[in-house]
Each structure stands twice: as structure tokens, then as C-alpha cells.
Design a protein around this ligand. Structure first.
Ligand SMILES: [Zn+2]
Length: 251
């Protein structure tokens, strides 16, 4: 008779062999180094397994948990309440009303579940996030990285800009190196699969808005211009994911 434990091992081992851990499943190549940072290409030959949080990610998570008990959805509810409050104080006909109303409509569609979803981080967004943490301590300096994921068959390639520009405008534009690499991949027949960037937490914000992971108007503009299959926004704790058919409905 086969022992239950032996049977379990027998069934489990082939599955474990198939799903290599995230850390074992990719190659990393620095394409360009510059004063503020670098552009990096990551190759994922097959569907990567789950990632374990590294030391910097764990410290980031501890810092978030020390500052808020809220999840991404609760942070968005708070953000939406702040916008609604601002709208009640904006005089009729004022210039700020249309953009406030537009943002509130977007938040409502996300909170209702009609557009996008919140999920746990996965290998690719964690790999990018931890690379960024090597350059920028988000606890001291709220900044963003930008990554484009391309796919061909089972293979995925992620090209990303990581820069430490503490005095720069929040929100990033792709570097010339990133754009050149994207053009090369698309010329070789790769599909633009995912747009990925981060929104940092801002616990010192004067409005009490601590940083929602929903696409800004410029984010939506770049999704529509680039037309990826899907877009991800991470804060290192959770990810907001929105598919093409969904972001096309956003204003
Ligand atoms: Zn953004």
C-alpha cells in the first residue's frame, strides 16, 4: 500500500518541477546605465512561479503597514471621498469641476467592479518593483518606474526604466533607450502585452490622499496611444489591473 505522504510527494513533485520560482525563471540584462539610473531588459522564458518578497520589499511592506491598515480598495474609497468633498466646495462653473467629475466617474466605475480589478503582486511586477527599490527608497522619496512587457508565444520580455530623480515631476516618460527597444521588439513581431508602472504611497500628503493605484488621465492617454493587452499599476503591496476593452472605456 502506498503511504499518503509518499502519494502526496509523487503527485506534487512533477508539478513543482514545472513551476520554477519567480527568482529562478528570468534573465536580467542592463541595456543602458545613466547618471540617474538604468534601462533593464528581463526575459521570462516561461510562465514564472510565485515570488518571495526580498528584504527591501519586506521593509517597504512593514512601512506601509505601520502607516495604514487600508487595502487598495479602501485607499480608493478615501481618494474618492476627498474628490467629492472638493467638488462640493468648487463653485458652479469653476475650472476644476469637469476634471473632478471625470475622476469621480472613473473611481465609481472601478469601485463598482465594472472596470479593472485589484490583485496580489505577481512575479513580473515584483521583479520590476524590487529593481526600483535598489535605486529609490520610496519611504523617503515618492517616485515612479515604467515598464513595457512584450510577448511572443510563451516568452515574455520586460523592458523598464529605473531612475532616481527626486526633484523630477512625479510620473515618468519612457527613455529614448526604452522606446528604441520597444520599436525593435515590435519590428520583430512581439506583441505589446502590458504597461506597468507604480504609484508610490504618500503618507504626508496635505489632503489625506495616500496614493490610489488607479490610472490618472495621462496614464489612460498612454494606454490608449500604446494599446497594450493589459495595464498594471503596483504600489508593491497590491496591483490594479485593467484590460484593453476596459481602459478604452475610461475618459
Ligand atoms: Zn500613473
Amino acid at each position: 500500500m502506498i503511504r499518503p505522504l509518499a502519494l502526496l510527494l509523487l503527485l506534487w513533485s512533477p508539478l513543482a518541477a514545472l513551476a520554477a520560482s519567480c527568482e529562478q525563471s528570468f534573465q536580467r540584462k542592463v541595456l543602458q546605465t545613466r547618471a540617474a539610473g538604468r534601462t533593464v531588459l528581463f526575459t521570462f522564458p516561461s510562465a514564472p512561479g510565485p515570488a518571495a518578497a526580498d528584504r527591501r520589499e519586506s521593509e517597504h511592506l512593514d512601512w506601509v503597514r505601520a502607516n495604514t491598515p487600508w487595502n487598495a480598495r479602501q485607499i480608493l474609497v478615501n481618494h474618492d471621498n476627498i474628490l467629492r468633498d472638493a467638488l462640493t466646495r468648487a463653485p458652479p462653473g469653476s475650472a476644476s469641476r469637469p476634471s473632478l467629475e471625470k475622476s469621480i466617474r472613473k473611481d465609481e466605475r472601478i469601485l463598482s467592479g465594472a472596470i479593472g480589478r485589484f490583485r496580489a503582486p505577481s512575479c513580473m511586477d515584483q521583479v520590476a518593483f524590487r529593481e526600483f527599490l535598489q535605486l529609490v527608497d520610496l519611504r523617503k522619496s515618492p517616485q515612479e518606474f515604467l515598464a513595457y512587457v512584450h510577448s511572443q508565444g510563451m516568452t515574455k520580455v520586460m523592458i523598464a526604466d529605473f531612475d532616481d530623480k527626486p526633484d523630477g515631476v512625479i510620473g515618468v516618460r519612457p527613455s529614448p533607450r526604452l522606446l528604441a527597444e520597444q520599436a525593435r521588439l515590435q519590428a520583430e513581431g512581439w506583441t505589446y502585452h502590458a504597461h506597468l508602472h507604480n504609484h508610490p504611497f504618500m503618507f504626508n500628503s496635505s489632503t489625506g490622499d495616500i496614493g490610489a493605484i488607479v490610472p490618472s488621465a495621462p496614464d489612460i492617454g498612454s494606454y490608449k496611444a500604446g494599446n497594450p493587452d493589459v495595464a498594471w499599476i503596483t504600489n508593491g503591496v497590491e496591483v490594479f489591473e485593467v484590460k484593453r476593452a476596459e481602459y478604452q472605456q475610461l475618459e
